[in-house]
Design a protein around this ligand. Structure first.
Ligand code: 9YT
Length: 130
C-alpha cells in the first residue's frame, strides 16, 4: 500500500511550479500503478493552451471556477467544483481560470515526475524522475 500526504509531498521535488500553474505529483510511473495522480493548482487569471498528444488525462475540479475550450469544436464548458473532464481524444484545449482552481488529475501513461509543457502544449513520453 502507498500512503502519501499532500502537505508533505509539497515540500519535495514532487511539487512542480511553472508559469500559470503548479502540480504536486502524488503517484508517478515508479509507483507502477499504470497511471499518475496529481493535485494541481491553476493560478487565477491563467490561460493555458494544452495538447497532451502522448497522454490521456482526466481532471476533477475540487475548488475554484473557470472554463475549458475544445479547440476542435469551439465549445466552451464551464468548470466548477464537481465537474470532471476527460481528454479521451488527446483533445487540444485551452483551460482558463477565473479564480484559483484546485484540480485532481490522472495521467495515462503515468508521468515520470518533472514534466512541464513543451512548445506544443504536450508532455514528452519520458522526463526526469523526482
Ligand atoms: C489541468 C491541467 O492539465 N493542468 C496542467 C498540469 C497538469 N495537470 C499536471 O501536470 O499535473
Amino acid at each position: 500500500m502507498i500512503v502519501r500526504d499532500l502537505h508533505e509531498a509539497e515540500q519535495t521535488r514532487r511539487r512542480v511550479v511553472t508559469k500559470g500553474w503548479e502540480s504536486t505529483r502524488l503517484l508517478l510511473k515508479e509507483d507502477q500503478m499504470g497511471f499518475s495522480f496529481h493535485m494541481t493548482t491553476i493560478y487565477a487569471g491563467s490561460e493555458l493552451p494544452m495538447h497532451y498528444q502522448n497522454h490521456l488525462e482526466s481532471v476533477y475540479c475540487v475548488s475554484g471556477e473557470g472554463s475549458i475550450e475544445d479547440i476542435a469544436t469551439g465549445e466552451v464548458h464551464q468548470i466548477k467544483p464537481g465537474v470532471m473532464y476527460a481528454l479521451d481524444k488527446h483533445d487540444k484545449h485551452i483551460l482558463r481560470a477565473k479564480s484559483e482552481m484546485k484540480m485532481a488529475c490522472v495521467f495515462n501513461p503515468p508521468l515520470n515526475g518533472l514534466e512541464v509543457h513543451d512548445e506544443t502544449g504536450a508532455y514528452p513520453l519520458e522526463a526526469e524522475t523526482v
